[in-house]
Design a protein around this ligand. Sequence first.
Ligand code: NAD
Length: 474
Amino acid sequence: MAKDYSNLIDGEMTTNGDWMDVVNPANEEVIGRVPACGKEELDRAVAAARRAFKTWSKTPIEDRREVIQKISAIIKDNADELFRLLTSEQGKPHAQAQGEIIGASMMVGAQSTLSLDDVINEDSETRLSRTRRVPVGVVGGIVPWNFPVMMAMQKIAPAMLSGCTIVLKPSPFTPLATLRIAELIKDVVPAGVVNIITGEDTLGPLITEHPDIDKITFTGSTATGKKIMEGASADLKRITLELGGNDASIVLPDADVEKVAEQLFWSSFSNAGQICVAAKRIYIHEDIYDDLSKAIAEYAKGVVVGDGAQQGTGVGPIQNKKQYERVLELIQDAKDSGYKFLLGGEDDPSGTGYFVPLTILDNPPEDARIVAEEQFGPVMPLMKFSSEEEVIARANNSEYGLAGAVWTKDTDKGVRIAEQLETGTVWINEYLHLSPFAPFGGHKQSGFGAEYGIEGLKEFTYPQVITVKKDAVV
Ligand code: NAD
């Protein structure tokens, strides 16, 4: 039975009588309804956040930390209910949904421990100059559908810690677990500090352009990121943009084929490939290309694609119909272009649910759409390379610059290659590891600014320099 969910505005769970359906991508059934909000609800949420900012920004950081830690604990204590709800709206298998919920709780807890201490710029006989960080004010947070809970919490926690208040908009495709968290935390968060409102994509520009919002923190596609930058320019809002990626993994000839095959598979196919930092292009040295590509395809044959709520499912459906059709279109393009498939590429899947068979392409050219574009689905192109110089140039040949990976026994060499990649993160011999203490952000068109760590926290603040002239005569 579909359930109705409410928004959190000014400390109260509210609805407005207009509803949007939320669909389970595994069976296309409506599993919930959430409020379809517009300007009126947004204005109320922003006004509440503005009122709350007056006291929250003056609340001692230790007290703010305590509230954030309570949120972390509430998410953990309710993980069982939350991960099941997350699977039903997002599609990811239970184990991965559990990973997202527990991971979000841990990230929130870890971020609560950060501090932005004052910095002394000068302490001389004549002058004391100090930089302090002051919260920017009311934040507008906009979140995508691939990791809805993690992305919401990685905006809410640092905003709160810095002394800001926030109005957050989940993706219309995946608002349920976030609204359930809103309900669970509402009694521990002072009214107006966190507001969560749902609406169609059209609510996004209203947030970006709202005159009483001071900063936008956005995770989503590069195309939308550009619109946000444009909308936020009217009153020079501060912006943090976490955008798309087309990450390259580079496998050197000394990598252990059997061991690396499984890891490469999951670096591409976790969450059905719908991860901004998934390996979206895999470059394998020609000496091990045949063996490794065969080993990856063999491993993939043992992975079950299905409903994430079923035990044994390794890869769930694509989250929504539009993205499902885009992934099928990219596969069709590869077929029409005559590229070779190591796995998948059969006729279009039919039936209920947005399931795409695991697809692996054998050495498509560099200008193939599946190589040049972000696929955001369970389709992995494997490409052959022969020299380090060549593969670095190919990896960097992208407007994106989010992350990448190098796989090799020679970690010094791995680091040398990493330093030549034009991305914000590079992993050597692992993938998808994000630390709450390290800045995460994209180079080039993958982003603007960073999340996590001290650098992420600073994005919610302005620097203010206070200078005292010690020997002044007044
Ligand atoms: P999207 O850009 O379509 O939507 C993201 C959010 O923006 C949604 O809440 C949507 O309602 C809202 N929105 C849509 N149009 C808007 C507008 N004009 N103004 C303001 N808001 C608007 O992205 P998506 O399809 O939900 O997510 C997939 C994309 O997100 C991929 O490109 C992926 O790489 C990227 N992503 C990036 C990161 C990262 O950290 N860099 C993380 C996850 C996803």
